[in-house]
Design a binder for this molecule. Structure first.
Ligand code: LLP
Length: 390
């Protein structure tokens, strides 16, 4: 439950908006930092999960690096104070302009996705008279046992360098004078809750690391990507993900030389639980088959996960205290049938004017908002030093 005094204050805010519990974010970051630093691991924050400046500033303060997927994210990281040497840059379709900008900044590594990309980075670096640090993003063909829309490490996907091409890319890299291959990189998917998947990833990573070492590459880092899932079903029982177990799996199963740095790119697990999407009931009605419908002033425009992935987000009627429970279909205000947040949700009767909260919306919520139907982008409200969920 959101505490009463916070709910009362939220009533005057213009809806819809994202509410961030900054204390929960800090607790999460502390836990991730403690669990990773125990093994000497380096964590980059995957900016795509949420680029709200207050959140990014807080994360940077914990000493994490950044993980980017566009030139704008690289620029934003650097302008937000991240050291370029802590910026990793992935992305399947980097443009020449983005590559040039990142080379000029001297970033930590391009996570390079193909032979052609490697040649292009080399060519641009040569023109600039520089040497670019590159990690090969390898496709390890591991099933992450997650939603197919967020699986990125299987053989038939568009991501990474295929195992069929590694001999060629290894041979070619040796002929390119303006790149330095410093590492190998993997990212197999997101919202991974079957943690044994990361054991399989370690096994593949060990084999591939040994392969590149045998080909004479002096790799100084390995990057295992992100993907740790969060508890969408019962977020209040598990507000902070189990980083201890997650990093422990890598500590047990990775077999690489001690002097090789181990990097991660976490997004969802760092920011997912600290945010909620808050919208107001605009109208209620009952349809011809007797279903209660509540229509909100927010939509898939501001919060697309339920429409795009049929994602479940725990929902709460912030004004429902003392009312009987009913089943509701909760729809957004956009003219698309997928713009439905929940079907058959049981919660205290929804009435016009009630505030509704969708929890676990801190990751891939605000950052995926669009301006569909010419809506304004959703605002953010941050709470510091208060017991938001009391
Ligand atoms: N590294 C790379 C190269 C990635 O592509 C991603 C996420 C991450 C790290 C961070 O993964 P995380 O720790 O957040 O799982 N919009 C989707 C999620 C897309 C994830 C894309 N890549 C959603 O709302 O579920």
């Amino acid at each position: 439950m959101l505490s009463r005094h916070i709910t009362d204050r939220l009533r005057t805010e213009r809806t819809p908006f994202y509410l961030y519990d900054m204390d929960l974010l800090r607790r999460t970051l502390e836990s991730a930092r403690a669990a990773s630093s125990k093994h000497g691991y380096k964590v980059h924050y995957a900016l795509k999960a949420n680029f709200d400046p207050v959140i990014v500033g807080c994360i940077r303060g914990y000493g994490f690096g950044s993980d980017c997927v566009s030139g704008n994210e690289v620029r934003y990281s650097i302008e937000s104070g991240f050291d370029p040497r802590e910026v990793a840059y992935a992305g399947v379709g980097k443009t020449d302009e983005e590559i040039e900008y990142a080379i000029r900044q001297g970033i930590f590594a391009f996570n390079c996705e193909s032979r052609q990309e490697l040649q292009v980075i080399n060519g641009i670096a040569r023109r600039l008279g520089k040497v670019a640090d590159v990690a090969f993003r390898l496709n390890p063909d591991v099933d992450p046992l997650t939603h197919k829309g967020v699986s990125t490490g299987q053989a038939d996907s568009k991501f990474g360098i295929s195992y069929k091409e590694i001999d060629e890319i290894a041979a070619e890299a040796g002929t390119l004078n303006n790149i330095r291959v410093t590492g190998i990189h993997f990212h197999i998917g997101s919202q991974i809750t079957e943690l044994r998947v990361f054991e399989y990833l370690c096994r593949r990573a060990n084999t591939l690391f040994a392969y590149f070492a045998s080909r004479g590459f002096d790799l100084t880092h390995i990057n295992l990507g992100g993907g740790l899932g969060i508890d969408y079903m019962t977020p209040e029982a598990n507000p902070v993900p189990d980083f201890e177990t997650y990093f422990g799996i890598f500590a047990r199963h990775l077999e690489i030389p001690r002097n090789v740095e181990v990097h991660f790119e976490l997004g969802r697990s760092l920011v997912g639980q600290c945010g909620e999407f808050i919208s107001r009931v605009q109208f209620t009605k009952t349809n011809a088959v007797g279903k209660h419908i509540a229509l909100l002033d927010g939509s898939m425009t501001e919060f697309i996960r339920p429409a795009l992935y049929q994602a479940y987000h725990s929902v709460e009627n912030l004004d429902g205290a003392g009312r009987p429970e009913e089943e509701f279909t909760i729809g957004g205000n956009v003219c698309e049938s997928t713009d439905t947040f929940a079907k058959g949700a049981r919660l205290p009767e929804l009435r016009r004017g009630d505030l509704v909260s969708f929890k676990s919306a801190g990751a891939y919520g605000a950052s995926m908002a669009s301006r569909y139907n010419m809506h304004d982008l959703p605002r953010a409200v941050h709470y510091h030093g208060e017991n938001v969920r009391g």
